[in-house]
Design a protein around this ligand. Structure first.
Ligand code: GLC
Length: 443
């Protein structure tokens, strides 16, 4: 294509291209993360090369034997859709450097393994066919690339000649390699909705080897490239560009308050979480979260104005581990009846204060308030500040009415109730859903 001023990379600005660029994303609220690479074979966390300080040579056996003969990408996509997930983000390349697609810029790719094909294409096609939006995770780190300087978290950090080896490694060449690959990812796979870059550690230092950040990645150029090739693609915040507003990505914890941008405004955010403690398939990992914990996580993210992206680490043979399938089914069962309290919802206006043992979400368009009762009370639940405002209260799972009393002066244990309190009269028996929700239609 002929280069015109318009097609030239624009300078990185501090604002997303359009204010509504994130609309689909905040409407969606729930996505699937997929961490899949050679590390599925050692099956002991995607950081295994770092943890065990494994050289390229010793890691080669996983490349030579990567053969996901049971991969059924349509089945993955179907499970994501049934769980209620509206987008997915897959590791096109993780820190190990292995590429799931047929990149022209490396031999370290799926096409050269016994899998012998572009796995990314197969997966993207399957998810797109289910109407699920597409996100690409791309690791800024690369423990396999010969030009990537050894640093504090590189597998060779303790090699006696590490500093010497770094003399022939040129991070500029590596940064160019990344831009070439990002170009491929944004040109050969149709519309990509999210680019998810991971991660920066500029302040680290070990044996005289510094960590890496925006100057190493040439982050501004990466952002400009994404904007040029695919202006609507949204980006996450791990490129070490704090002034650039992008998706804030808390990981493995639940923020109690909505995260903020550098300028103090409330951020668009997405918590990324795992079913167990690892992102890549970890066979012997035992810290799997329960059905209730998982569903609560989704609710708590939305109740603080965020998205949840839940990770699956497929096995080396290409299928989802039975424990992940169980949790996905749990989500599917709950979302079938409760997605209305998730999609398009956010934190409730400040005047509505959550009672103990419950979380609110709020749909600003329909003006409905959702009470997620995580701690089932005995018969009554007092909600402050809602008297005179509710036209009907119903369980979301079956539409059955919940009666309520307004401005009861005393709670039944004789405590004073503040003016404006609404008391829901709940059945004694916990409904047959993991977390019951009462939908309040406001006047
Ligand atoms: C971290 C880890 C990584 C994982 C990611 C997901 O930065 O390095 O293994 O992919 O978080 O958020």
């Amino acid at each position: 294509m002929k280069k015109t001023a318009a097609t030239k990379a624009k300078k990185c600005t501090t604002k997303p291209t359009a204010s509504n660029q994130y609309d689909w994303f905040t409407e969606a609220r729930f996505g699937m993360f997929i961490h899949w690479g050679l590390y599925a074979i050692p099956a002991n966390n995607e950081w295994i090369r770092n943890h065990k300080e494994i050289s390229n040579e010793d890691y080669q056996k996983y490349f030579d034997n990567f053969n996901p003969d049971m991969l059924d990408a349509k089945e993955w996509a179907r499970m994501a859709k049934e769980a209620g997930m509206k987008y997915f983000v897959i590791t096109t390349k993780h820190h190990e450097g292995f590429c799931l697609w047929d990149s022209k810029h490396t031999d370290y790719k799926a096409t050269n393994t016994p899998a012998k094909r572009d796995l990314l294409k197969e997966i993207v096609d399957a998810f797109r066919a289910e109407g699920i939006k597409i996100g690409f995770y791309y690791s800024l780190l690369d423990w396999h690339h010969p030009e990537f300087p050894i640093d504090p978290i590189h597998p060779l950090r303790n090699h006696p000649d590490a500093l010497e080896m770094n003399k022939t490694r040129d991070v500029r060449k590596y940064a160019k390699y990344m831009r070439n690959q990002v170009t491929e990812l944004l040109t050969n796979y149709g519309k990509i909705d999210i680019m998810w870059f991971d991660f920066s550690y500029p302040k680290d230092m070990y044996r005289g080897m510094p960590g890496k950040g925006r100057n190493d990645w040439e982050s501004e150029k990466i952002v400009a490239l994404v904007k040029k090739l695919s202006p609507e693609t949204i980006i996450n915040n791990r490129l070490d560009l704090p002034e650039y507003k992008s998706i804030v990505t808390p990981e493995q914890f639940q923020p109690e308050f909505p995260p903020r941008n550098a300028d103090g405004t409330i951020a668009v955010w997405e918590g990324c979480q795992t079913f167990s403690g690892s992102w890549g398939y970890a066979r012997d990992e035992e810290t799997w979260k329960s059905e209730k914990q998982c569903i609560e996580m989704l609710i708590k993210h939305v109740a603080r104005g965020g998205n949840l992206i839940m990770n699956v680490g497929p096995t080396a043979r290409g299928y989802f581990d039975y424990r992940a399938v169980e949790r996905l089914n749990d989500f599917a069962r709950w979302m079938k009846y409760h997605s209305r309290s998730i999609y398009g919802c956010t934190m409730a206006p400040e005047e509505f204060v959550e009672p103990n043992g419950a979380r609110y979400t709020w749909n600003p368009k329909t003006k409905r308030l959702y009470v997620h009762i995580t701690d089932w009370p005995l018969a009554r639940l007092h909600l402050s500040g809602l008297a005179g405002k509710i036209s009907i209260a119903q369980f979301l799972h079956d539409g059955s009415e919940i009666n309520f009393i307004e401005n009861a002066k005393k709670a039944w244990n004789n405590e004073d109730l503040p003016e404006g309190t609404v008391t829901l009269r709940l059945p004694i028996k916990h409904p047959n859903v993991a977390i019951p929700v009462v939908e309040l239609v406001l006047k």
